[in-house]
Design a protein around this ligand. Structure first.
Ligand code: NAP
Length: 541
């Protein structure tokens, strides 16, 4: 009689961002061996890749963090409301240092394939250098918005100067005094453009779809504010856990825009506009996401502000979103974006209706009407959200099927954490998980995965097989909710929340919009009911 093969690790994780670091903590506490690989040269995930000027969190820093250690929440101090990428990155290194995580992390290592080994119930993980490792549980922690998307533009390889995706910022790039072209007008550009405009010779933004943009209202962390936060961390964590987008907001607020007299409604919009951030979405009225009339009221308020901020009426008009509801695209936060268009060295080119891009040349960008000369071109063209990172790897489950094949026409899952025909595979915030304050969702996913692994180990199970019926049920439920929301109009405006930004893909349901809090409850119910979405098996030794 042969004994079962022991894998190299209980769990192999790809990705050393919030998810990878959190998994090290929780799985180690559960007594499991864990190895995290990342192709980057540092921990940090999003915050190691996105180093463009102005990159900062859009959630307030004090709840954009992992909460497993009360001591570390007290020890770490944020310097401002929305920390920049450097500070967020430092925080993640602080976590790794304080929790002695480094021995579990192997950087500069790209994983190229993960192949399920049915006979052993193990995964074979192969690096780009050909090294092989085995594990019982393979966990994808590669980030929801991490795989860059670069559209096919004629001549893109011809440009002689630096040309790169915004999340691959060249180290030490000096743009002072340079002519910069930015293709794209999403959240990345909204943060990047005003900072670059301060020192670049000029900045030209090529915009296809204008966004609804709300003021961030950055502010320094004062000793009084920090004290208040640190005295109330339990409450802050509970607020995130119970909020529909995982944020520490007071919501629902118990009032509806559609039922509030116009003068009072405008005063409430104005009050929260001045407070800044996503509070405008959640602490004004409870019907902005669901009721088209209420949504239009908020949209009208936002667009009236563009005309107040941008002096040139023609530019203001071009920056004004039309023809789609607020939230059909993820709204960015403004740190001086609109005001930047009042500078002489900032220019907007409308590539939707007026002058579409024809090609990139050796020296710039040619539209149907003009040729714009640049020293640097930034492709702030977004990401293959939710599935891109996993599809970029060869992940083969039962019968040799890849995740990419499986998700060709519909990116289905069970609660965004596992997929039928991929036994012993877990995902952090995979497709059909909510879009929310990511550290909150990440930690909730990690707890579910850890509880599942603990249960399997305690009962001596070798394999957990996600059930097709459970996947069908979750996908149908997610689609039903999605279709009732205004976000379902995202396919009109290339929203990454439906994968509609990827030319080669058909738009699909990628986000669970039933409320992150409801979703976290469902994860908990699953644990309490012993994971009814999974079938467990012991293999013969
Ligand atoms: P994005 O919102 O998807 O924006 C991409 C931009 O590129 C859009 O303006 C898009 O135009 C344009 N584009 C794409 N393909 C194009 C083409 N073929 N021709 C011309 N223009 C094209 O990407 P992002 O700005 O990187 O942001 C993505 C997400 O990352 C955000 O929504 C957010 O969730 C996250 N993010 C977060 C933060 C933060 O929290 N601090 C910061 C940055 C990003 P269309 O709109 O017409 O498609």
């Amino acid at each position: 009689m042969t004994s079962k093969q022991q894998p190299d690790f209980d769990a192999i994780v790809v990705g050393a961002g919030f998810a990878g670091l959190g998994l090290i903590h929780y799985l180690r506490e559960a007594g499991r061996s864990v190895k995290v690989f990342d192709k980057a040269s540092d921990v940090g995930g999003t915050w190691t890749w996105n180093r463009y000027p102005g990159a900062a969190t859009d959630s307030e820093g004090y709840y954009y963090c992992l909460t497993f250690s009360k001591e570390l929440l007290q020890e770490w101090s944020w310097s401002q409301r929305y920390p920049g990428w450097e500070e967020t990155h430092r925080y993640m290194r602080f976590l790794a240092d304080k929790c002695d995580m480094w021995p579990h992390i192997q950087l500069d290592t790209e994983i190229s394939s993960a192949i399920y080994q049915k006979d052993e119930g193990h995964w074979l993980i192969i690096t780009a250098d050909g090294d092989e490792h085995t594990c019982k549980y393979f966990i994808s922690a590669m980030g929801m918005i991490s795989q860059p998307y670069v559209p096919s533009i004629e001549g893109i390889d011809d440009f002689k100067g630096p040309i790169f995706h915004s999340s691959r910022w060249p180290e030490g790039l000096d743009y002072a005094g340079k002519r910069v072209g930015i293709i794209g007008a999403g959240a990345t550009t909204v943060q990047m453009l005003p900072v670059m405009a301060e020192t670049a010779a000029n900045v030209t933004m090529f915009q296809r779809t204008p966004n609804f943009i709300m003021p961030a209202v950055q502010k320094p962390m004062t000793p009084e504010w920090e004290k208040e936060i640190k005295e109330n961390y339990d409450e802050i964590i509970a607020k995130c856990r119970n909020h529909s987008f995982g944020m520490a907001f007071d919501s629902p607020v118990g009032r509806l825009a559609a039922e509030t007299p116009a003068k009072e409604r405008e005063a409430i919009f104005e009050e929260l506009w001045q407070v800044g951030g996503f509070r405008f979405c959640f602490e004004t009225f409870d019907d902005l996401l669901a009721n088209p009339a209420a949504n239009q009221m908020a949209a009208d308020f936002i667009t009236s502000k563009i005309r107040e901020k941008v002096k040139d009426p023609e530019t203001a008009e071009l920056l004004t979103p039309r023809g789609y509801p607020l939230f059909a695209k993820r709204p960015p936060l403004d740190h001086g974006f609109y005001e930047a268009f009042n500078r002489d060295n900032v220019r907007l080119v409308d590539i939707k209706d007026r002058e579409p891009i024809v090609e990139i040349t050796e020296t710039g960008v040619r539209t149907s009407e003009n040729h714009y000369e640049f020293d640097i071109v930034v492709l702030a063209t977004g990401f293959q959200a939710y599935t891109g990172a996993q599809e970029a790897l060869e992940i083969r489950g039962l019968g040799g099927t890849t995740l990419e094949d499986k998700w060709e026409s519909a990116s289905t899952s069970i609660m965004g954490v596992c997929v039928a025909d991929f036994p012993n595979l877990f995902m952090i915030t995979g497709p059909q998980a909510p879009f929310a304050n990511l550290p909150t969702s990440i930690e909730q996913n990690i707890m579910w995965i850890t509880d599942c692994i603990k249960m399997m180990e305690s009962k001596g199970y070798d394999v957990c097989a996600p059930l097709q019926e459970a996947e069908d049920a979750w996908s149908a439920h997610t689609a039903e909710i999605h279709d009732q929301t205004l976000m379902a109009q995202g396919d009109k405006v290339h929203s990454w929340m439906m994968g509609a930004n990827i030319e080669s893909k058909t738009p699909r349901v990628l986000v669970y919009f039933g409320g992150a809090n409801v979703y976290y409850d469902k994860l908990r119910e699953s644990v309490d009911n012993h994971f009814p979405e999974l079938e467990f098996e012991r293999l013969a030794s």
